[in-house]
Design a protein around this ligand. Sequence first.
Ligand SMILES: [Fe+2]
Length: 162
Amino acid sequence: MSVKNLNELFVHTLKDVYYAERQLLKALPKMARKARSSPLRQLFEEHEAETREQIERLKQVFQLAGERAGGETCPAIEGILEEADELMDEIDDADTLDAAMIGAAQAAEHYEIARYGTLVAWAESLGMQEAVDVLRRTLAEEKDADAKLTRLAEDQLNERAR
Ligand SMILES: [Fe+2]
């Protein structure tokens, strides 16, 4: 890979997050299935639907950048999801697993928040206002999903796991 300027870096990062979203879309149904808490299952299911939309939005941004939508392997999200998978295999107690899956989901959310935050800033620098708007919507959604996970953990699931 050779990245020569901000525009290319933007597209490269777009591919990275596109890959990450698609991996996440594959992982979420399993997490939903494994959740004991029904509000947690519901959050995972909701986020699966949101993720589908976020992938569509990324396709829009590719188009705005004059590029074909495509992914580039993102080792960061693979590591995060691998860890989540390990936890799901290793933890037998359902309440403990719920707490663990919230932690894992938040690691993924925070990764995405970092990526989308950077993409928004770069799109601004590049004068791509439409892309800024589209990416901001997703960034807000990710932050919201993260806040909902925090609330559920703190209001109920950490206590139950303890
Ligand atoms: Fe996402």
